[in-house]
Design a protein around this ligand. Sequence first.
Ligand SMILES: [Ca+2]
Ligand SMILES: [Ca+2]
Ligand SMILES: [Ca+2]
Ligand SMILES: [Ca+2]
Length: 301
Amino acid sequence: MNERVRLLGAVILGSMMSSSSSPSAFAQPSFVTRRDFFVDGRAPSAVATADFDADGRLDLAVTQKGQYSAGTSVHDQLVILRGDPASPGRFLTPATTVDNLTRFDVGAVLDSNPVAVAVAALDATSTPDLICANSSDSSITVIRNPDPVLGGAILTQYATPATPQALAVGDFNADGKMDVAVACGGSPGRVAVFKGDGLGSLVQEGSSYNMTGNNATGIATGDFDQDGKLDLAVITRADRTLRFLRRKANNQGFNVIFGRQVNPEPVAIAAADVFDGAQFVGPEIFIARDHGVDGALSMVR
Ligand SMILES: [Ca+2]
Ligand SMILES: [Ca+2]
Ligand SMILES: [Ca+2]
Ligand SMILES: [Ca+2]
């Protein structure tokens, strides 16, 4: 997960830079204070942030891989850490067992292995919704309107064509309703796109897209060709390739286009419009490469 953490840092850095007048005017942040938040013995695997309890403070949604063993009832879970109203920058300790307030079962099996989480507004309510990718369950779980104070979340599962590895959200068909794209591993790797209906339900848009190489490990979205339609950028680890799913002009799905080789192995991807100016129109793509080789973070234009 170190690569993903670094990637997240790059995107945050990017958003901060884009708000300054120019990259050269950007002041280097310092991260001198480290705080650890204990979320019990399960390994955290992915994190997203939103204000789920509408108190004006950002909260954390964290997926956890259970230390599952036969005969136990310790599920893989998603947990919400509420921002502590009494102590800015800190988070309240969530429940230790499923309470459907701060802790949710995801996936259909105990060992569903959640590996990615994303926030999106999937219905008409103001409460943010969550999408969790369960790699051992070949599913995504939508957690609608998780309210860590009052409860009442609605969990719905959708099957994916292979083992999901990463998520991207956006209004890909430009109908005003948020959609979800899922990068899946397996052989061959696939990308499935689910259309949102604006009421909280998803339905897969057409067939999934064959990524040829094994294991689509990362996905990001942006209008990379600047035609006004959101596209997808996908990395496949086995053949070390960046591919684009370019939204078709008729808005009926995507065309898969080879992007470039990425060496060494790409492990995570993000896109953000970091740099402005004539040379830098549109979003940049950041790819974390296998740190066992050179620990590099690449930017692709
Ligand atoms: Ca909050
Ligand atoms: Ca909602
Ligand atoms: Ca849509
Ligand atoms: Ca486009």
